[in-house]
Write a protein that binds this ligand. Sequence first.
Ligand SMILES: Cc1cc2nc3c(=O)[nH]c(=O)nc-3n(C[C@H](O)[C@H](O)[C@H](O)COP(=O)(O)OP(=O)(O)OC[C@H]3O[C@@H](n4cnc5c(N)ncnc54)[C@H](O)[C@@H]3O)c2cc1C
Length: 388
Amino acid sequence: MPNTYDAIVLGLGAMGSAAAWQLVRRGARVLGIDRFAPPHDQGSTHGETRITRIACGEGPEYAAFARRSHEIWRELEAAQGVDLFTQNGFLAISGAGPRSANHGVEDFLGGTVAAAKSAGVPYELLDAAAIRARYPAFGVADGDRAYHDGESGFVRPERAVAAQLTAATAVGAVLRLDETVTSFAQDGGSVTVTTDKARYRAGQLIVAAGAWLPTLLPPELSQPFSVLRQVLYWFRATSPAAHAEFAPERFPVYIWQLPAPQSIYGFPAVGPFEEGVKLATEQYDVSTTAAAVDRAVTPEETREMYDTYVAPFFPGLSPHCVRHKVCLYTWVDNARFVIDRHPGLDRVIVASPCSGHGFKHSAGIGELLAEMALEGRKSDPKFAFSPA
Ligand SMILES: Cc1cc2nc3c(=O)[nH]c(=O)nc-3n(C[C@H](O)[C@H](O)[C@H](O)COP(=O)(O)OP(=O)(O)OC[C@H]3O[C@@H](n4cnc5c(N)ncnc54)[C@H](O)[C@@H]3O)c2cc1C
């Protein structure tokens, strides 16, 4: 029958592009549908860089996904000649006294050490003097200390999505872009997916709709998810010499638990002086929707970001904000992921692994989703709709 597939992937961002590639490489007939043409800047997967780390302070259960993702990105790099993953190391910085929590974890540095031990990631602990000697761009305080490992680094999210979609279409995946799914239903042995342009059928549906997920679920299932507006900033260094201190060879990715309302995280400079250095904080207080989010960033927000979170900690960065970008978290309490079968439709798999730290796991999660759809693999009960 025309328009009939083994599996349909709804949403082709980080998770959906990974799932489509993993499905089709296992021989499945696959249709991927997206309301835009990924990679794009309307969801959760844009802004040049994402931190990746195997030892996750959020919990040891994540390590296997990140490790597998690193392998898959290296395979794609070799196959397509693209640069996806830079292993420039990771610092989790914290200090004495009250500190902001990170992803709901009070002792993120301690959690990261525990995860490193459990995953067998070699690491070291640095005091303030050692951090200053090795990474002079960080204006750490006396008493600050850091976890460091060399297996971590950053991934290029837009390139990773594009590489997976290229790989998938090269071996037969069909993509329908700029087409919006309006509903899906299951009857007996198949799922029907209706879009604003057509109707399709498949044995399995993977819903990887990111911040739009709540609009595709009934109210009792959408309740755990909140959509949170986040802002990424690029500040220019005070001089080309200061910019050089942020080069990937000299500057790691980091998460820094500050004596401030929120932590900050950031990246080395991936472009020239003019393009600035990216860093961000997180906000968990104000929910929005993918349709209603305010994508403009005010000068007041930018000034507050610089005064509170940049100037006191990075003497080498100037107040000149070169760029900013709004991005969306789909948040579940305690930074959890939901990767589970739809409680009412057993041929529908829902994947919402965001909560601000999903990208690093996306290639490995794509493999899990494909094996759930085709081979009956089970997800971890920790990622169930109701973990209880
Ligand atoms: C500011 C920010 C910083 C982050 N930093 C990190 C980090 O450093 N490290 C890390 O590991 N993770 C990080 N994350 C998290 C990570 O980026 C997300 O976990 C990941 O991008 C989520 O991917 P997704 O596939 O769920 O969503 P998306 O990539 O947004 O994909 C969802 C797709 O579904 C499509 N869609 C939605 N509804 C429909 C519909 N009805 N019909 C058709 N298509 C539809 C959308 O167009 C979109 O393409 C960050 C996230 C943000 C926002």
